[in-house]
Design a protein around this ligand. Sequence first.
Ligand code: FAD
Length: 546
Amino acid sequence: MSGSDGGRLADSGASRGGDGSDRGVRSGADRDDRRVGEDVHASDDDVATGPELIVVGGGMAGLVAARRAALDGLRVTLLDAGDVTGGMLRAGRLGDTVIDIGAEAFATRGGAVERLLDELGLADDVVEPRRLGSWAHADGDAYRLPLAGLLGVPADPSSPEVLDALGADGARAAAADATLDAAVGLDATSLAELVRARMGDAVVARLVTPVARGVYSLDADVLDHRALAPGLGAALAETGTLAAAVQTVRAAAPPGAAIRGVRGGMHRVVRALDAELARLGVDVRTDARVDDIVATDDGWRVRLADGAELQAPRLLLTVPELAARVLDGTDDGDATAASRGAIADGDDAPSSPSAGAGVPLEEVDAIPPRRRDSTVPAEVVALLVRAPQLDAAPRGTGVLVGEPAGDVRAKALTHVSAKWPWLAASLPAGVHVLRLSYGPDEGSCVPRTRGLDVDELRALAVADASTLLGVELAADDVLALDRHEWRIPEPAARIGRGARLDELRAAATATPGLDIAGTWIDGTGLASVVPAAEHAARRLASTQSD
Ligand SMILES: Cc1cc2nc3c(=O)[nH]c(=O)nc-3n(C[C@H](O)[C@H](O)[C@H](O)COP(=O)(O)OP(=O)(O)OC[C@H]3O[C@@H](n4cnc5c(N)ncnc54)[C@H](O)[C@@H]3O)c2cc1C
């Protein structure tokens, strides 16, 4: 990976400066406190025509940042390794029907995504999903997830839905929350520990685990509740029960906070951004994998896999392994994590802030072991099925799976055409779109569907969909199938990951002309990614290069 002539910013060896001279480079935090490009050595011609900002990665973070920087007056070049821009926002095809095979919704919290859609002329196409609720599947049976809850934790443990989901013993244990001292669970770090201490094992296994695995791709015992639901611990201390704390945190959510989509699919946002970047004169290059980055006197030299090189005084990195390599010489955005779980789908779980995150799959064998450890592999399988028995949406908008084993291998299923009326309206009567997601087997770093041919995959998906939806589907009912593999960075809420990300953030802040953005550092989902990318672009645009 490394260039023959250059050291990375964190290398202790010499790198070749933009003027051709060798110079020592130090870690980001130690680097000379110069303003970006103060010692620019590029020729007048380069200065006139070369980029003032290079953005690496053309997912939503990179696209949004490139747009903002161009609007703020910078000449921008955006580089993406894929064949199209968009990253985790990607169109899939089921015959003539175009669907999202990546992210299919956004959370309205903060308002940044809706503002962006407004600016892109898509405001009239923002749509609400049907409020059908979602289900969970565990230990061979299906049950509704209580509507009033947070991360699967019920706001009312005595509700009939909780009784239905947990049975009498489980519901009794959950209700014991009201009888415990307020201090019980206050010292817990993990979500599972907190909930187990106050509401018992059944709430963890049957309500919290399906949401944690389905939405965050991890078990609840490695998720930090303070990162997932800031304020929950303080509300527990104040109100004295976890149920009341859940109500308090829910009540504090801004009015209207919810999930929305875009008529026609979220991939339309990418096409709108592509058009806007073209209009703004941004140089967008696909099939442009960045292999190496070198700090120079002039800023940054970026080397592509095909050997081409670009130079700019400012650099924005949205790819975790490149950011970590530039900032501290490691191969990974998280050198400590061990992956577990699967795809972030079915984000309509009640009160879950948003769905998960991912990066397009590269050849897995080419991924260094440490990188494999901190990403979660998953495959999304979309089906177009002729199945009038699904007209009644028997499992609402979808099903989250507690433990994929035995009767079901999928992690989650979304009944996409039940969730989005615009899609249902575009389909013939009795035809539906389903999306299933598959994670890895224990200890594996590829989705369990890797290697299945299309017939085998269809058979597996149909069997899982039948079980999860409680209807009989046959392979012949499948009119079309599409599939896509993802590698999803582990969420920032994984216990221990926050400190690592803080380190990288601090190093980036201390490095003139460099910033980092993207789901791996800014959090799960578009509501986190979009405002952070805009902020990073503004910060870079406000630094002078001459
Ligand atoms: C299946 C799925 C469902 C999801 N559902 C939702 C949802 O419903 N709601 C929601 O809010 N969020 C959802 N998300 C998450 C959301 O899509 C992401 O948080 C967001 O799109 C991440 O954007 P990003 O730019 O940070 O990363 P990415 O989209 O991963 O973009 C990174 C880009 O970098 C490029 N790249 C990688 N390496 C290099 C390199 N060396 N050189 C150049 N380019 C490189 C990649 O090609 C990619 O285009 C979902 C994600 C997935 C996978």
